[in-house]
Design a protein around this ligand. Structure first.
Ligand SMILES: *Cc1c(COP(=O)(O)O)cnc(C)c1O
Length: 394
């Protein structure tokens, strides 16, 4: 099946007479079990174990996991309560005291903060590197490097990284590559096919698509996912609620259609912003002016709906936009039907989240100026989106 069909049909339950046509929401925490069916420990969990307790597995959650695995072309998937639970669970599972994590210098703020504050406290060495510069990545590898974690496109500045090249560098050094593909979605990019070992998603974003459920996932090899389930979901406990899984399953059905529209609307908005006299730079992977446009054309089948721009007097402009916009919403998050806009001041995020100094901090400033506006282009009529920006920017 192709993606648009998989999003609706992959892993669907058997078509028995009387069975529901849409995915059932199984709102149960435990399941009938006999004395010999399964042991009490997470260590007794095998691939063939029956449903037991919802933190271990649940039919609604299992369907979401199987559908995500199909869309990513992976052997297995594991759902989490949020994207942060997924990323933190994977990092804790793959790293140990004395091992080294090579992290993208720009990535989701929560992941950057968790790695540099919490993992470091547990004895994991964490260094950051510009993942769009393969020579710098190769030079930053250490004998004890176990994992490279990258986002492409990277939140919030939409830098890209070459997954196939990074996978080669990681594997040559005996490490693994994990790719946070939240912004690309499996409709644009399938990191596993390019050599990545793990794919991480915040399902809260495009996968859900409606901004009404938190969720996360990791997709990878079946044996790795089974070990991750024991440690990162059963023991750390960040299991997704069946209702959130059901909402995300419903969102996934329209993911391929929505991504086509997000991309088309983003093309209109990015093109408009690029010609606006108040705006200095616009970042969208589909623009020929994007520094990584050639890589985007190779690696992304869809340029997604995230647009960034840099403008003069950005703090005042942020206030003006928040006060005047009527169709766009000034709020965080991304990937939903409503268009969202948010301003991220450069010095704040460098200090509080990325902790970059010297050349790395300067490279970030060169990209974002004093601050960057992050736009999640939604599904409204693109003419209304442009007219609203025009009146608010005037
Ligand atoms: C939102 C986001 C996360 C965190 O996901 P939550 O579901 O909010 O916990 C991680 N990575 C990226 C790229 C994100 O955009």
């Amino acid at each position: 099946m192709r993606p648009a069909t998989q999003a609706i049909h992959a892993a669907a339950p058997a078509r028995e007479i009387g069975a529901p046509v849409t995915p059932p929401l199984v709102a149960a925490t435990s399941f009938h079990t006999g004395p010999d069916a399964i042991g009490f420990s997470a260590n007794d969990l095998g691939a063939a174990a029956p449903m037991f307790y919802t933190r271990w597995g649940n039919p609604t959650v299992a369907l979401l996991e199987q559908r995500l695995a199909a869309l990513e072309g992976g052997e297995a998937a594991l759902a989490f309560a949020s994207g942060m639970a997924a990323a933190a669970g994977l990092l804790l599972h793959r790293l140990a005291p004395g091992s080294h994590l090579l992290l993208s210098d720009v990535c989701y703020a929560g992941v950057a903060e968790f790695a540099q504050e919490t993992l470091a406290r547990y004895g994991v060495a964490v260094t950051t590197v510009d993942m769009s510069d393969p020579a710098a990545v190769a030079a930053a590898m250490r004998p004890e490097t176990r994992l490279l974690h990258v986002e492409t496109p990277a939140n919030p500045i939409l830098k890209l990284a070459d997954i196939a090249t990074l996978a080669d560098i990681a594997h040559a050094g005996g490490a693994e590559l994990s790719v946070d593909s939240t912004m690309a979605t499996p409709i644009a990019t399938q990191p596993l096919a390019l050599g990545a070992d793990w794919v991480v998603h915040s399902l809260t974003k495009y996968a859900c698509g409606h901004g009404d459920a938190l969720g996360g996932a990791v997709i990878g090899r079946a044996t790795g996912i089974e070990a991750l389930r024991k440690e990162a979901v059963i023991h750390l406990g960040g299991a997704i609620s069946p209702f959130a899984a059901w909402l995300i399953l419903r969102g996934l059905e329209t993911l391929p259609a929505r991504m086509a529209l997000h991309e088309a609307n983003a093309r209109v908005v990015a093109g408009y912003l690029e010609g606006h006299p108040r705006i200095r730079r616009v970042y969208w992977p589909g623009l020929a002016s994007h520094p990584h446009h050639a890589l985007a054309r190779r690696q992304m089948r869809n340029f997604s709906g995230m647009v960034g721009f840099v403008a003069e007097d950005d703090r005042n402009l942020a206030r003006q936009l928040a006060a005047r916009l009527k169709v766009w919403t000034y709020a965080v998050s991304l990937g939903k039907a409503q268009s969202l806009l948010f301003h991220i001041p450069t010095e704040d995020v460098l200090r509080a989240s990325f902790k970059l100094e010297g050349e790395a901090a300067q490279a970030y400033r060169d990209w974002t100026g004093e601050g960057t506006f992050r736009l999640s282009v939604g599904l409204e009529d693109p003419q209304d989106l442009v007219e609203d920006l025009a009146q608010a920017l005037a």
